[in-house]
Write a protein that binds this ligand. Structure first.
Ligand SMILES: Nc1ncnc2c1ncn2[C@@H]1O[C@H](COP(=O)(O)OP(=O)(O)OP(=O)(O)O)[C@@H](O)[C@H]1O
Ligand SMILES: [Mg+2]
Length: 157
């Protein structure tokens, strides 16, 4: 079983802060796979990732549901993908996933990653969000890289 971190976020701001702490520690080639129902906060968390990656805060991070992929440029490029409307992993590959993953100085974050499990690399950081109240969300992070997860814990205060 992958090492796990669990946290209850009590507001959109707290989810943003968690994403920012994770984003600060991301490195070229990282892959973040997000799961959780509609409105659970996947996009909100990715907004935080973008801030942590140095994307200017006035650049709007919005759901790519209709355009499928958005690209933000900070210290690293963030490819934000929404797999909600994709037929499956093949469609993700045809959008150029392999190229995005292999691109230097880039990271990939996929919402609804459980819809395209074949496309998610083994080393991905998995984040599952669940509603536990009006504004409360349980956020569970699983990452095979124990050291990176431990490092994130120290940054997330
Ligand atoms: N603790 C919280 N963390 C994140 N979002 C929260 C929280 N409490 C309330 N919200 C609200 O829940 C909504 C989360 O929306 P968001 O677009 O991030 O969800 P999503 O998981 O990406 O949904 P979708 O599957 O439709 O893409 C926002 O309206 C946000 O303000
Ligand atoms: Mg979303």
């Amino acid at each position: 079983m992958k090492p796990c971190f669990e946290h209850t976020s009590r507001s959109p701001a707290q989810t943003l802060a968690l994403g920012r702490a994770l984003g600060r520690g991301l490195r070229s080639g990282d892959f973040v796979a997000l799961t959780g129902p509609l409105g659970s906060g996947k996009t909100q968390l990715i907004k935080g990732l973008a801030v942590g990656l140095g994307v200017p805060e006035d650049e709007p991070v919005v759901s790519p549901t209709f355009v499928l992929i958005r690209e933000y440029v900070g210290h690293l490029t963030l490819y934000h993908i929404d797999a909600y409307r994709l037929g499956g992993a093949e469609e993700l590959f045809s959008l150029g996933l392999d190229e995005m993953v292999a691109e230097p100085d880039a990271v990939v974050a996929v919402e609804w990653a459980d819809r395209t499990p074949e496309a998610i690399p083994e080393y991905a950081c998995w984040i599952d969000l669940a509603h536990v109240g009006e504004e409360a969300r349980r956020i569970r992070i699983r990452w095979a890289d124990r050291e990176r997860l431990a490092d994130f814990r120290t940054r997330h205060i």
